[in-house]
Design a protein around this ligand. Sequence first.
Ligand code: PLP
Length: 229
Amino acid sequence: MTTIASALQAVRQRIELAATAADRPVAAIQLLAVSKTFPAAAVRQAYAAGQRAFGESYVQEAMDKILALNDLPLKWHFIGPLQSNKTRPVAESFAWVHSVDRARIAERLSAGRPAGLPDLQVCLQVNIGGEASKGGVAPEELPALARHVQTLPRLKLRGLMAIPEPTADVEKQRRDFRMLRELLEQLNSQGFQLDTLSMGMTGDLEAAIAEGATIVRVGSAIFGEREKA
Ligand SMILES: *Cc1c(COP(=O)(O)O)cnc(C)c1O
């Protein structure tokens, strides 16, 4: 059985190889360990192996885990679908939210962010490929949402996130990630200063890094296969 420490090491090596192949500094790519569905004990093992940033997708599960691990200096990233009646605990306990896809969610996160904490770091989730089920703002609506989020107090707009349709076709993976990068570049050419592309998971992190990912969100390659929901 692979341990979490050795699995993490293998993922770090994949990131290094992909960064080298893309002629990018490995330090430009942050590994987010996606611990959803795995217990606090698994997060502790990853922490012991040097991992500090963890991603969660379900609010209640995340809150239980954050409480159980509050003796550790961890950075929590919310990456799942967010309903407007569940924004408060996310605003209070997370450092980042990657999945903001509408104004109302952003406004509620802004209102719920305690003044004593650093600004909540935000990525806008974009629906690449137009799949209705995956969530995310349509590319045409992205600039208006970005302008709005930029005005909200206690939020810091950092960049874009996407979950493209899974495919083994590496060229297709790269086209999807390239589209997200180009959307970020377009926003920056309009005066935004976004520095974050949250893209790439266990199956496609190499393609994401080749196209400029700055955060890769990796779950099963670190913690093992999840039970199918
Ligand atoms: C579950 C999840 C991941 C991790 O997926 P793996 O394929 O297990 O690496 C990444 N991003 C999001 C948004 C997720 O929900």
